[in-house]
Design a protein around this ligand. Structure first.
Ligand SMILES: Nc1ncnc2c1ncn2[C@@H]1O[C@H](COP(=O)(O)OP(=O)(O)OP(=O)(O)O)[C@@H](O)[C@H]1O
Length: 804
């Protein structure tokens, strides 16, 4: 019976592949032919239309011919794109057309349907029979959400109920059925076991064949404005996010384009790591960026902006000096909702007093003084918001500038510049003047007629003086060109002294209290003030100040928005402050937000708890618009590694290992640094010999990475790569990397270079060690030259092996 079942499946597979091949063959000439045609049309485009614009009719005719040609071209190109898409998708399917099957008997129908599920749909030539269903189609949900028995799936027209009679998984390679699992026979997910046993890759892989039920809920969540996913390390948050993008693009293919989706990731290297998943699924990549890129865009021209990695490096190496204490206190406070409230209050205060403006200067003169602006500004109706009044002020300034511009026409500097105009300038103005002549003539005509009707002589009697007119225009041109940059700056709100406004928050405690109504001011406020001001004076800005600074800027100038973006994904969401969330919400007013993170890995100072009832995220769009999904099963690491890492966390109850076994973590104690390097290199060699291709030596800081890297190289580790925040692509091999850059990525084996109390002794280090250890898929090794970190020391010894 089993052999027969196998034979039948292989036969069906062969048939489907034959059909796929036939369709590819049929498409091939069309695909290449069409591209030739389109190229040919483009080549002949201007040959076929005779551009003749001497009369109006000819002009019209030429216009329509061009339009017609362009329409033909765009239709051909559209068709070509469509066929090419099909051709690509069939080719992609050919080696392995599907990975799953369910037999579903719909309630009220007689026979059950066999539903084969693959990366794309494939419909038979009759145009009706689905030989393969796309994994994102409503019916494919059955495969992910149910086991054999009563089952249902949702469609746009309602829920379909019935019975799943069979659920089968396939492993197909190059058209050959390699393995086949029936859910009724195997316990657990065999295919998933197989997938997880594989080695780490330099690029993340798609997980469509083994998406788990709770991940499917994330992927197909259609209703929430804000979807929060709190998931343990390795629970598939990033994977679910990427498949969700693919799902959204499929479901909304008529209305949603890939560039209307943006993913905020922790760093550039992570961007490269995840960039192949969507193309693998036949979709275009969404936009990928980092929050830092955004800060640089808006603040980069005014400040040298600190990045989060320099900030965390500071935190990790901070001493217990008052200065360091103050900076740390400042970081925490400036990321808090309390500071956000303080800034809002400050904006209200500014509505009454204290606004700072930059006077508008022109050729060493002040055209409009800060004082004039202030009195104009505070003359506006106080019931208007700050931003509205700034808007009015901007309009007023622009109007004033027009008046001043006119006054400037007779100035001596204009006279001087007139003499210095080169011939080219003159010629340009001369020809423009001639073009304007008709208009001038009409104006002249009009003036004469008016003169007759009103029977009054014009003030400037006499004929139109061409030379005088020319000089007038030249003067206007000169003045206009000189005023242009001023106008541009006014439109960019340069007349507001945001730098001064932010700085004046940090004068002293009394002033701060007065301006913001804040009561809970950090104890070390005066030192925080000093540090912040010192930095701003040098036109540098701390990472913790950058978002509040932009926030204040927008409270004053009005919010910048991007209405194109429909979906915002934030990975490593625990690393964003409430400020940053508020900011992103305003920036993308038409977008839904998906936030994925793990509070267990919250190693940055500005972190946000994603699932706590008090989490500011629930207030962002309101509870009714927000959905929280928790992922507790960890897929990345073996059971032994998960058991070990979960006790590193103080609250580890919510992490469940997937049943995949491997060696226990190995604790290696060595005499000194030299012995450690020798041992580490020996272990790397042994791991490589076992077939592991991606191996990471993880250190706590970047400084330690560099010194470990140099020391290991001295002892023979030439093949090692050093990863820094500048590294843009993620490659396989053995590397040395600081833990905060290893976030989000994974390795076959992880070696914790220094697991001593010195490195991971403070309570803050707990999450850091957890994050580092959870990067390991198959093997985890920890080294120390002295004692063990208290987090390891306090563990049950059954969780690891020890070598001394
Ligand atoms: N359903 C699944 N099928 C196959 N592999 C899976 C599945 N879910 C997760 N994985 C694998 O588990 C590993 C971890 O996934 P991923 O990186 O998405 O987790 P994460 O929750 O984002 O982790 P972290 O919080 O540590 O960054 C990856 O190798 C991924 O391919």
């Amino acid at each position: 019976m089993e052999a027969k079942g196998w034979r039948l499946e292989q036969e069906r597979l062969d048939q489907v592949r034959e059909k796929l091949k036939a369709r590819i063959d049929a498409l091939e000439p069309e695909v290449s032919g069409l591209s030739d045609q389109a190229a040919e049309i483009r080549r002949r485009f201007w040959e076929e239309v005779t551009v003749n614009t001497s009369t109006d009719e000819e002009f019209e005719e030429t216009f329509y011919t061009i339009k017609q040609q362009a329409a033909v071209l765009s239709e051909r190109e559209r068709r070509h794109r469509l066929l090419l898409q099909q051709w690509r998708s069939f080719n992609r399917m050919l080696p392995s057309p599907y990975f799953g099957r369910v037999d579903f008997l719909e309630d009220g129908l007689n026979g059950s349907e066999q539903i084969y599920i693959g990366v794309s749909s494939f419909v038979d030539e009759d145009g009706l029979t689905f030989l393969v269903y796309d994994w994102r189609s409503p019916i494919a949900s059955l495969y992910y959400d149910h086991s054999p028995g009563a089952a249902s799936y949702d469609t746009p027209v309602g829920r379909i109920t019935g019975t799943m009679e069979l659920k089968r998984q396939y492993q197909i390679q190059d058209g050959q059925l390699r393995r086949m699992f029936d859910a009724s026979v195997t316990i657990g997910d065999e295919l998933l076991q197989q997938m997880l046993a594989k080695g780490a890759d330099s690029q993340m892989k798609s997980i469509v064949s083994t998406i788990q039920k709770e991940q499917n809920a994330i992927i197909r969540n259609d209703h929430s404005r804000l979807l929060i996913v709190q998931g343990a390390a390795g629970s598939g948050k990033t994977s679910a996010a990427l498949q969700r993008v693919a799902y959204l693009l499929y479901k909304n293919r008529d209305s949603l384009k890939a560039d209307q989706i943006v993913l905020f990731s922790p760093n550039q290297m992570f961007n490269s790591y995840v960039s192949s998943v969507l193309p693998e699924l036949g979709e275009e990549n969404m936009q990928q960026t980092t929050f830092q890129e955004y800060l640089e865009y808006w603040l980069g021209s005014s400040f040298q902006v600190e990045d989060p990695f320099s900030q965390i490096e500071y935190v990790l190496t901070a001493q217990s000096t008052p200065n360091d204490e103050a900076r740390l206190q400042g970081m925490k406070y400036k990321a808090s909702e309390a500071f956000m409230k303080a800034l809002q209050n400050y904006a209200q205060w500014l509505g009454r007093e204290g606004m700072l403006f930059n006077g508008i200067r022109f050729r060493d003169r002040v055209l409009i003084t800060a004082e004039q602006m202030r009195s104009q500004f505070y003359g506006y109706d106080t019931s208007l918001s700050l931003a509205n009044r700034v808007d009015l002020l901007q309009k007023w300034i622009l109007k004033e500038l027009s008046l001043l511009e006119r006054k400037e026409l007779g100035a001596s500097w204009v006279e001087e510049e007139l003499h210095y105009l080169d011939n080219e300038h003159y010629a340009e103005v001369f020809s423009e003047l001639h073009k304007e002549r008709e208009v001038l003539d009409i104006a002249e005509h009009y003036a004469v007629v008016r003169e007759k009707i009103s029977n009054k002589r014009r003030e400037d009697e006499g004929d139109f003086d061409f030379a005088e007119r020319e000089e007038d225009l030249l003067r206007q041109k000169i003045v206009k060109a000189s005023f242009k940059p001023i106008r541009k700056n006014v439109k960019r709100f340069s007349f507001i002294d945001v730098h001064g406004l932010y700085t004046q928050l940090f004068i002293d405690e009394a002033a701060y209290r007065d301006k913001t109504n804040e009561v809970d001011i950090p104890v070390l406020w005066s030192e925080i003030c000093k540090q912040t001001k010192d930095k701003l004076e040098k036109f540098e800005i701390f990472y913790e100040d950058a978002t509040p600074y932009l926030y204040l800027k927008e409270l004053i100038e009005g919010v910048r928005t991007n209405t194109e973006i429909r979906h915002v994904f934030i990975d490593e969401g625990q690393d964003y402050s409430p400020f940053q969330y508020e900011y992103l919400k305003k920036l993308f007013p038409r977008a839904r937000m998906t936030v994925l993170g793990d509070f267990g890995q919250a190693i940055f100072t500005q972190s946000t708890n994603l699932q706590d009832a008090e989490s500011p995220l629930f207030r962002l769009y309101g509870e009714t618009e927000t959905c929280l999904i928790r992922l507790v099963r960890s897929y990345r690491s073996t059971r032994e590694i998960v058991e070990f890492t979960k006790v590193l966390l103080s609250d580890a109850s919510e992490i469940v290992p997937f049943e995949r076994s491997g060696p226990k973590p190995l604790l290696v104690k060595v005499e000194d640094g030299e012995m450690r390097d020798i041992r580490v290199l020996k272990d790397i060699a042994a791991l490589k010999a076992e077939g592991f291709e991606s191996i990471a030596v993880i250190t706590k800081t970047a400084a330690e990475s560099r010194s470990a890297f140099e020391s290991l190289r001295k002892h023979g580790g030439e093949a090692l790569q050093l990863i820094t925040k500048e590294t843009e692509t993620f490659e396989k091999g053995a590397m040395v990397i600081p833990v905060y850059l290893a976030k989000g990525v994974e390795f076959d084996a992880v070696l914790i270079y220094e697991a001593s109390p010195h490195a991971y002794g403070r309570d803050n280090d707990r999450k850091l060690l957890y994050t580092a250890c959870t990067r390991a898929m198959h093997q985890l090794l920890l080294y120390t030259t002295g004692d063990w970190s208290p987090f390891v020391e306090s563990m049950d010894s059954s969780l690891y092996e020890m070598v001394t």
